[in-house]
Design a protein around this ligand. Structure first.
Ligand code: RNT
Ligand code: ZN
Length: 419
């Protein structure tokens, strides 16, 4: 059966539940996914070609063909984006600056170092998001940045944060769009600290300095990302969940970032969205996949991914929850990793958009939990795949595994030719 006929069959099946599949597709294709640039080169960036990744995060594997220049990274990103349906943004880290081979310190970066990204994104129709880089630097080598007790080091990182905020504000202005800037710092202790309070106090003050004088929210919004632990920071992370939840609740206009890998292993971010949105205006997600630890595996179409999407769409929160991806796998084709993860995010959104939510909510309110469970389970074998295929086809991207051959050809012709 061809994709169109299969879709028609699916449309009818969902219509019997009161679900409009055309409307679901329309809804999902307007929800942007912010795809992280750092999957393309194992979080190395272009600041220092010899640099190593620090900060307690790790990309493992040695698959050939990693992007080594801005041009290569852009080409790879484009390739991946061409195989993913829906609206796309690129999330840039400060170390992906276009420095023309010149050394520019982190506290001295300016908009001009990102102007070529803006030009490129405009041409391609991508939005841009931004991240200061508080790791992979000599001044973060002892594990601390914004909470550092040495005033000079702390100031250096505060200035980096301010420089990034200003760059992001300008990017937003240039694009006529809202950039989301995410602040994540690695600060934490390998072993048990004594004065947790003092480190956290300094951190709050540092952020206040960075965000003082923030520009128009139309062009940039700042988000802060919590974490449970990192490699080498097992005993205490200064920027914990409670720290940031308290921070955003008391500072107007700052978003909370929830990374799916940054909590206890049985704790899920899908359950947090509905609570946080009662008290904070907006959330940024870092959709990732922890396997036994915060391993940043490629996002797969698993229950938690579906639950995240369901929580966003059930509440009609698509304007308040910004969806970003955050994984880095160097053990498989990196462009394919992007495609798999980003397609799965899109898939999960479509899956969620096809839920007869109002019907389920009514059953819940009546106390008919039997029907609620029965329907939720039956929905799992509805012809979702046919709607997904049709969505891909109408978006002009390959349906099913049709994209894999393109990636294999790209690997043969482009990636393997890189030295
Ligand atoms: C680290 C955080 C952070 C980084 C990126 C590269 O644990 O998840 O978001 O992954 O900034
Ligand atoms: Zn993250």
């Amino acid at each position: 059966m061809d994709i169109k006929s299969a879709y028609e069959y699916a449309r009818e099946a969902y219509a019997r539940l009161g679900v409009d599949t055309d409307a679901a597709i329309k809804r999902v294709k307007n929800i942007p996914i912010s795809i992280h640039c750092w999957q393309g080169d194992d979080v190395r960036g272009f600041e220092n070609p010899e640099g190593v990744l620090t900060g307690g995060i790790q990309a493992t594997g040695d698959y050939p063909g990693r992007a080594r220049t801005i041009e290569q990274l852009r080409a790879d990103f484009d390739k991946a984006a061409s195989l993913v349906p829906g609206k796309k943004r690129i999330s840039l880290h400060a170390i992906y600056l276009d420095n023309h081979g010149e050394k520019v310190e982190r506290d001295e970066i300016e908009y001009k170092h990102f102007a070529s990204w803006v030009k490129w994104a405009k041409e391609k129709g991508y939005g841009i998001d931004f991240n200061p880089t508080f790791f992979s630097h000599p001044k973060s080598s002892d594990g601390f940045t914004l909470s550092h007790p040495d005033q000079k080091i702390r100031k250096f990182w505060i200035n980096h944060g301010i420089a990034c905020r200003k760059i992001a504000e300008r990017i937003g202005e240039e694009l006529g769009d809202t950039v989301i800037t995410n602040y994540w710092i690695p600060d934490g202790f390998k072993d048990i600290p004594v004065d947790r309070h003092a480190w956290r106090e300094r951190l709050a003050e540092a952020y206040d300095e960075i965000f003082a004088g923030a520009g128009d929210k139309k062009f940039n919004r700042n988000a802060v990302e919590s974490k449970l632990f990192g490699i080498g920071a097992e005993s205490c992370t200064i920027g914990s969940h409670e720290f940031y939840l308290g921070y955003v609740a008391t500072r107007k206009g700052i978003l909370l970032t929830l990374d799916s890998g940054h909590f206890h292993p049985t704790e899920v971010i899908s359950d947090k969205i509905s609570s946080i949105l009662l008290f904070c205006d907006e959330i940024l997600l870092h959709v990732s996949r922890p396997v036994r630890w915060d391993s940043d595996h490629v996002v797969i179409f698993d229950d938690e991914l579906k639950n995240i999407a369901l929580e966003i769409l059930r509440g009609g929160f698509e304007d308040r929850v910004h969806i970003g991806l955050d994984f880095f796998d160097a053990s498989i084709n990196r462009v394919a990793a992007w495609v798999i993860g980003a397609r799965n995010m899109q898939k999960a959104l479509l899956y969620a958009a096809l839920e007869p939510t109002e019907k389920l909510k009514a059953l819940e309110l009546e106390g008919d939990y039997t029907s609620r469970l029965a329907l939720m389970e039956e929905l799992k074998s509805y012809p979702f795949g046919a709607v997904w295929d049709w969505y891909c086809e109408t978006e002009g991207v390959p349906a099913r595994d049709g994209w894999l051959a393109e990636i294999k050809a790209y690997e043969r012709d482009v990636l393997l030719a890189r030295k």
